[in-house]
Every structure is written in structure tokens, then in C-alpha cells.
Ligand binder design. Structure first.
Ligand SMILES: N[C@@H](CCC(=O)N[C@@H](CS)C(=O)NCC(=O)O)C(=O)O
Length: 384
């Protein structure tokens, strides 16, 4: 891959996952040009390859088309002459960075979507302009409102499947504010989650924390008025340079000796407590589903019905309530990557990871395996 001719990122400013890919491109000093999906090349080249609307998509000057932020980052890391090293080499930090990436990508959708779509008084103008203008960049305000009406209605329909409802909102908000405070404490002594440079943990968490929670007016105000160090970390992750003047003497490396600081452990405990049960319910669901459908041929897409996004629902605890949410099988593709990284460790490495897993209550992420693997092929999840 050439590192002088820019790659193209098809994305958009308010898109959660575009933010994750864009931050990586900046931090890795990879020249790129960003285009909206309304750019004619998206319909001409990207849509025929991917066969559904989704962003972000990376296109290289050599003609590679890559979708999915984890795959985009992995692809660029292996092809770049100076990879960032987004997966730390040491066992505990590597597994922690992958768990935090999965939590940011998949486990943070509930607060990200709630704070975007349930605060119309503060957010509606901004969201309408953003959505309207990523469909037609030069829309007048009136046109943008009109264009945004359809995606806005579609997103409202999406909320119940994520477990966002009147009864669950107090817990979603309390959990998010608890996470903000834990991050705020941690980021006072650490510019990035694992020390002096960004890893997958930062890119994963940055997706929701930037595009929705630091950018949409209502949650932006919440972050700015209650979690100053989190706001600074978002700003730092948006910058192309290290942007860590508060840490003049810190090495631009992850913490020495594979350390997981106490303040990071507190964040991992939140992940275990609040997201772990959903991960276990997902594994159980997919294992039951694959046992009940033993004849599905290898390579078959997990979702074959074009009108469906999920195979079914799972029951999970949220605060004192039990709610039903869509079974996001994609999350398990991310989980398998954690399993693979864990299984590749030697005995000593596994023991070191196990100690963190145990003290943070993260066993959901390493213990139980999928009976049938989920792979990604032709830009979608398929049965192995
Ligand atoms: N796991 C994917 C998620 C991509 C994704 O869901 N992107 C959103 C925009 S932030 C999208 O295009 N949604 C449209 C859709 O799924 O129909 C990634 O990491 O790239």
C-alpha cells in the first residue's frame, strides 16, 4: 500500500464508527480523503461491492475495499510501514485493549443512541442538519430537515431493540454517568487508556464517546460539565499528534510491566458488571441457535432474511429490570477475536490475564466458547 497517495474513507461526521476509523488514520499519519456516502463513487464502486449501505468503508489507491472498523484498522496495521501497534504485545494489556474495543463498539450503543435520540429539545436541530447534509451536503436548512426525517424515524424504531425505553432510561443514564466518572478519574493520570499511546481500547471507546456523546449537544454538555478529563481525551483522540501536554514526562508507550492500573481496573469492573451478562446471554443464544440449525452450510450468511437485522431476542438484566434486546451476533465475532488472542497466550500469559479477569469480573469475555464460529466474508458475518 502506498503511504503517499491518500486512501479514501467513506464516512460521515456524526457516524460512530467513522469516528473510530478516522481517529486511527490520523494517529497513524496515513494520508486520507474523507467522502460522504452521497459521493457518486460510493454508489458506483462501493455499493456494488458491499451490497448494502454501511459506513465507514476504506478504499485504497490499489482498489482494496475494506468495511468494518476492526478490519480496516487491522488491514492498515499490516500494510503500513510504521504500524501504530494498536494491540499491545503484553498479555494483560492486549486482552484488556480488545475487551475495551468490543465494549466501545458494541456495549456502548445504548447510551450513545439514548443521548442522541431522546433529547429532541437540545439535539434536534443539530442532528437534522447533520443527517440531512450527509445525504445532500448543500441542503438548505429546510431541505435538511426534510431529508433527515426518514433516518430519524428509522432510528427511533431501532431504540427498543437496544433496550432503550421509558423504564430503562434512568439506569442507562446512571450507568453512563458512572462510567464517565470512572474514566474521568483514570484519565487524570493517563493520557490514553493503557498509558502514553492509543491502543484498540481508545479507538473502540472513542467511537461512541466522540460522534454521539461528545458531539451531540445534550451529552456534550453533560461531558463538558461533569467529566473534564474525558472531554480532553476525546479532543486528544481527535488530534493527529499525541496531544498530551498535561503529561510532559510520560513515555509514549503503554504502561511498563504489562501494568493495569487500579483506575483502569475500575473501568474494567464496570464493563464486566454492566456488559458481561449481555455477552453471556448472546453466547447462549447463538449456541442454542446453531445447535437447533445443524444443517446450515458453512459460508451461509448468519442473517439471510434481508428484512432482518438480528436472529432473535435475548433477555438481559439492566439495573433491577430484565429486558429483551436484539441478539447482536456481530458482537460475537469480536468476542472470538478476544478468545483467539487469549488462546494464543502461553501458560504464564494466560495466568496473568486470568488474575485481571477474575478481579474485574470479566469471565464472560474469556471463558465460554462458541460451538460454531462466526466468520466475516464478503463484508458480512457467515457461519464457519
Ligand atoms: N461493525 C461495523 C459497524 C458499522 C455501522 O454500523 N455503521 C453505521 C454508521 S455509524 C451504519 O452504516 N449503519 C447503517 C446500517 O447498518 O444500515 C464497523 O465497525 O464498521
Amino acid at each position: 500500500m502506498s503511504t503517499t497517495v491518500p486512501v479514501t474513507l467513506y464516512g460521515s461526521p456524526p457516524s460512530l464508527y467513522s469516528g473510530k476509523a478516522r481517529s486511527y488514520l490520523r494517529k497513524a499519519s496515513i494520508p486520507f480523503e474523507e467522502r460522504l456516502h452521497s459521493h457518486p463513487d460510493y454508489s458506483a464502486r462501493i455499493l456494488p461491492a458491499i451490497k448494502r449501505f454501511v459506513i465507514p468503508v476504506l478504499e485504497t489507491p490499489e482498489g482494496d475495499i475494506v468495511q468494518d472498523t476492526t478490519e480496516i484498522i487491522d488491514f492498515l496495521e499490516t500494510r503500513h510501514s510504521q504500524p501504530l501497534g494498536v494491540y499491545p504485545d503484553s498479555p494483560r494489556q492486549k486482552i484488556a485493549s480488545m475487551i475495551l474495543e468490543m465494549f466501545g463498539d458494541e456495549g456502548m450503543l445504548r447510551p450513545a443512541m439514548h443521548y442522541r435520540w431522546n433529547f429532541p429539545e437540545e439535539n434536534d436541530y443539530f442532528i437534522s442538519m447533520e443527517f440531512g447534509r450527509f445525504m445532500k451536503a448543500d441542503s438548505t436548512e429546510e431541505e435538511a430537515y426534510e431529508l433527515a426525517a426518514m433516518p430519524k424515524a428509522a432510528m427511533q424504531k431501532y431504540l427498543p431493540g437496544l433496550g432503550i425505553a421509558k423504564e430503562t432510561i434512568p439506569t442507562i443514564e446512571a450507568n453512563y454517568q458512572g462510567l464517565l466518572q470512572a474514566l474521568n478519574t483514570h484519565l487524570l493520570t493517563s493520557p490514553y487508556l493503557l498509558g502514553g499511546r492509543p491502543t484498540m481500547a481508545d479507538f473502540g471507546l472513542y467511537g461512541p464517546m466522540y460522534a454521539h456523546l461528545a458531539r451531540d449537544p445534550a451529552p456534550e454538555m453533560l461531558m463538558k460539565t461533569t467529566a473534564n478529563r474525558v472531554w480532553r481525551w476525546v479532543e486528544r483522540m481527535t488530534a493527529a499528534n499525541a496531544d498530551m501536554p498535561e503529561f510532559p514526562f510520560m513515555e509514549r508507550e503503554t504502561l511498563a510491566d504489562d501494568a493495569i492500573s487500579d483506575t483502569l481496573l475500575d473501568i474494567l469492573k464496570i464493563v464486566g458488571r454492566e456488559y458481561g451478562p449481555e455477552v453471556i446471554a448472546l453466547i447462549d443464544f447463538i449456541n442454542t441457535y446453531s445447535a437447533e440449525h445443524p444443517n446450515i452450510e458453512s459460508g451461509t450468511p448468519v442473517i439471510t432474511d434481508a428484512n432482518k437485522r438480528v436472529l432473535g431476542g435475548i433477555s438481559i438484566p439492566l439495573g433491577d429490570a430484565t429486558i429483551t434486546v436484539g441478539a447482536r451476533h456481530y458482537s460475537l465475532w469480536m468476542l472470538q477475536r478476544i478468545h483467539d488472542a487469549y488462546d494464543a497466550l502461553n501458560t504464564e500469559g494466560r495466568a496473568a490475564v486470568d488474575a485481571v479477569i477474575q478481579s474485574a469480573g470479566l469471565s464472560a469475555f474469556t471463558r465460554q466458547r462458541l460451538k460454531r464460529r462466526i466468520e466475516r466474508k464478503n463484508y458480512t458475518e457467515v457461519w464457519a
